[in-house]
Design a protein around this ligand. Structure first.
Ligand code: GRF
Length: 289
């Protein structure tokens, strides 16, 4: 039974215990608060009391479990769990299931995940991050996935480039859209064919300049500083079979000062990415629904 729950909720043993504690403490808090509120009404115990009590605890329960989930570190699990229930009850169309491909620290992946939590609150769930695909064991993005209870898939070169590019695996998991965020391997034709115009990437420069093979991370910023450019920026684009080449969806610029270094430029670019990547994705998928 517990093993089944671990599999269904995609959590480890410790998280499962904390989730069960959240249900238990949140439920008790809800019952206690419901009875206290009923006391204020001065109602005698009877049918009206019972009906009002049921109505009250139904409304109080989500707030109580969310409240308890915060100190127990289970907030992201419960916000997703409650959203699913809410969507089922209100008949909301389910969000587009996306996979993020990332192999580095994963700061962009995390901002995108946070965006789903913001949209959940405002009830505009245009997408949900259901899988993190990574080719580097130990990459920071894997910790981020674990923290947010998101499934991960560690891929290996042979199957990616000479096998089926994991198309079957992605389809089996119901992934409809792919977001690259710091993923350095070139996307193989089989994957592009399976996801036409459904794979996007972010590049830390103003394409078509400073893109292409070997142009990634610090190398991009060093080249831009060495060339004495006065501005740089970010490009969000569709992925085709060439490096950093598909149609551009969005660009944003930042100025380069005389005393900027590759590091300080990288910081400026990162904050542009964090600000725009989740919002552009949200916009794109909202219109795709
Ligand atoms: C970003 O700068 C992005 O433009 C590039 O890879 C970097 C990933 O950074 N494609 P992070 O892992 O999201 O922090």
């Amino acid at each position: 039974m517990l093993e089944k729950l671990k599999g269904r909720w995609k959590v480890n043993g410790l998280n499962l215990v904390l989730i069960i504690c959240t249900f238990a403490v949140g439920g008790s808090l809800c019952g206690w608060a419901g009875r206290k509120l009923l006391l204020l009404t001065g109602l005698e115990k009877g049918l009206a009391w019972i009906l009002l009590y049921i109505a009250l605890v139904t409304f109080l329960w989500p707030f109580c479990v969310l409240l308890i989930s915060i100190p127990l570190g289970q907030f992201s699990f419960f916000i997703k769990y409650l959203t699913k229930i809410w969507n089922r009850m209100t008949g909301n169309t389910s969000p587009i299931s996306i996979a993020i491909f990332a192999s580095g620290a994963g700061s962009n992946a995390e901002k995108i995940i946070e965006q789903t939590m913001v949209s959940v609150k405002t009830n505009q769930c245009s997408f949900s991050v259901d899988l993190i695909v990574c080719n580097k064991p130990g990459a920071g993005v894997l910790d981020i996935a674990a923290r947010h209870h998101i499934d991960t898939l560690l891929i290996e070169k042979e199957q990616f480039f000479r096998g089926d590019a994991y198309v079957g695996e992605l389809q089996k998991r119901g992934i409809s859209f792919i977001v690259l965020a710091g993923f350095l391997w070139k996307i193989p034709p089989a994957l592009i064919k399976a996801y036409p115009n459904k794979i996007i990437n972010i590049h830390p420069a103003l394409l078509p300049n400073y893109g292409g093979k070997g142009m990634y991370g610090a190398k991009v910023h060093e080249a831009i500083i060495a060339a004495g450019e006065k501005e740089s920026g970010i490009s969000i684009h569709y992925v085709d079979e060439l490096y950093d080449h598909g149609n551009i969806i969005f660009q944003a610029k930042c100025a380069i000062d005389e005393n900027d270094t590759a590091d300080s430029l990288a910081e400026k670019i990162h904050s542009l990415e964090h600000k725009h990547y989740p919002a552009v994705l949200e916009d794109l998928l909202k219109n795709a629904k």
